[in-house]
Ligand binder design. Structure first.
Ligand code: NDP
Length: 240
């Protein structure tokens, strides 16, 4: 039986590339999304991968979403916590709502999804969880105390859950991407982006498939000894 994988935020950007890479690796993939129906529909038509809508920041919705995927495709063996948002602003301008939304989505989403899927993985003695962190969670970033805190939290979450899964064949790892050419980065003003690229030793933005191939690597059948690790993929921008 093919492994069943859920990729949160799996219908566009880095998540789309991850969904495709896991499909190519022979898995049955469910791509979750928040609400962009148009993108999700086009993604399913293009890839043949089923898309499921729920909000990862909503605990009950994650429980229901995982149950829905399991009813449709079978027990979930792999969860990629990729869904993420930005609500940037310096601390002077950041509202409590901007803080809450980012923490609840980017970090809370990892907890909510793990709560729904980890018990089954543990029981079946095989599982793979990969959490998408960020270079900005490692190095910090001006105007992103919410995002940097959430992503930094992901790295601690990963190491702690890895210890709980280790004896049960469940690995938990993180990837910390640098700047990747997606809609999230396209929203950065051109002059700011130019300065960012100038600081990347390889001299360009990363591509989504360059993150996806690492996710597929961590989720492989013979990946059982890699757990609690963070793989930095950032063109040499931050060596950590
Ligand atoms: P995009 O903005 O291109 O895509 C985000 C995806 O997440 C969409 O599928 C979106 O769904 C989904 N999503 C957002 N909020 C929720 C939610 N509450 N519930 C379910 N799904 C949600 O993001 P990227 O591909 O750029 O980023 C993917 C991940 O990689 C994020 O965690 C981001 O922080 C991280 N990252 C990105 C970097 C970059 O340079 N791009 C660098 C470092 C890390 P919908 O389409 O319905 O809106």
């Amino acid at each position: 039986m093919a492994r069943v994988a859920i990729v949160t935020g799996g219908t566009r950007g880095i998540g789309e590339a991850i969904s495709l890479a896991l499909k190519e690796a022979g898995m049955t993939v469910a791509a979750n999304y928040a609400g962009n129906e148009e993108k999700a529909k086009a993604f399913t038509e293009r890839t043949g991968i089923a898309a499921f809508r729920w909000d990862v920041s909503d605990y009950d919705a994650c429980q229901q979403g995982v149950a829905e995927v399991e009813a449709a495709l079978g027990p979930v063996d792999v969860v990629i916590n990729n869904a993420g948002i930005t609500r940037d602003g310096t601390i002077l301008k950041m509202t409590a709502q901007m803080w809450d939304e980012v923490i609840r989505t980017n970090l809370g989403g990892c907890f909510n999804m793990a709560k729904a899927a980890f018990p089954g993985m543990r029981e079946r003695k095989w599982g793979r969880i990969v959490n998408i962190g960020s270079i900005n969670g490692q190095a910090g970033q001006y105007g992103q105390v919410n995002y940097a805190a959430a992503k930094s939290g992901i790295h601690g979450f990963t190491k702690a859950l890895a210890q709980e899964g280790a004896r049960f064949g469940v690995t938990v790892n993180a990837i910390a991407p640098g700047y990747i050419d997606t809609e999230m980065v396209a929203a950065v003003p051109a002059d700011v982006l130019e300065k960012i690229v100038a600081k990347i030793p390889v001299g360009r933005l990363g591509q989504a498939h360059e993150i996806a191939r690492a996710v597929a690597f961590l989720c492989a059948e013979d990946g059982g000894f890699i757990t609690g690790s963070t793989l930095s993929i950032n063109g040499g921008q931050h060596m950590y």
